[in-house]
Design a protein around this ligand. Structure first.
Ligand code: GRF
Length: 201
């Protein structure tokens, strides 16, 4: 079967991007990273892309006169790269609605908690794990969901729990254990998406 061409949008170090690209390299995913886009030229994800021979670009909203031309540039870059599925992996900016319309059902995000708990505006990065501790949850995990116009509200594709919250946990320690699970869950979710959608893409 022809390999799926996916794009990644990330703002930071890119460990999830790396886990997915590694799964492709190992032949666990019949897919290839066609383009990595970041809003930040200094993001670690560019180095990750280079190590895996994947193209990467910086496309940032402030460099464009208006939201429309930003969205058009993003869509054009993904289309030119033949991207069929877009994976948000620590992308800290709003995704333009026009991109979501163009790639309807084909934009996924990973969230480091069991949605719908600990999701929504302001729930990103370490804040998510702080909230889990504040709420005294006994278990946490990860969610891969379809992206729509509202933060963390799209339908869930894959959810994995089983990360115990310990009495002496810190947000950082919890984040680290959840991240390990993210690295296993995201490639699995991509495989699941391919099973579900591939025939119609
Ligand atoms: C991950 O925890 C992800 O769930 C969240 O942002 C973090 C990105 O980490 N949305 P990395 O850049 O993939 O290492």
């Amino acid at each position: 079967m022809r390999k799926l061409r996916f794009g990644i949008m990330a703002s930071g170090r890119g460990s999830n991007a790396e886990a997915i690209l590694q799964a492709c390299r190992e032949g666990k995913l019949q897919a290839e990273g066609a383009l990595v886009v970041s809003n930040n030229p200094d993001a670690g994800v560019h180095e990750v892309a280079a190590r895996f021979d994947a193209a990467s670009q910086t496309i940032a909203r402030p460099d464009f006169p208006d939201g429309g031309s930003f969205a058009e540039t993003l869509i054009g870059a993904f289309r030119d790269a033949g991207v069929e599925l877009i994976l948000l992996a620590g992308y800290m900016r709003k995704v333009p609605p026009a991109l979501l319309r163009e790639y309807r059902g084909a934009v996924l995000n990973i969230h480091p908690a069991l949605l719908p708990r600990h999701g929504g505006k302001g729930m990103y990065g370490i804040h998510v794990h702080e909230d889990v501790l504040r709420e005294r949850d006994r278990e946490t995990g990860v969610t891969v969901h379809y992206v729509d116009e509202e933060y963390d509200r799209g339908p869930i594709l894959l959810q994995k729990g089983g990360v115990d919250v310990r009495a002496d946990d810190t947000p950082e320690a919890l984040a680290e254990r959840v991240l390990e699970l993210e690295h296993r869950a995201y490639p699995e979710a991509v495989a699941l998406w391919m099973e579900k959608h591939r025939s119609i893409v």
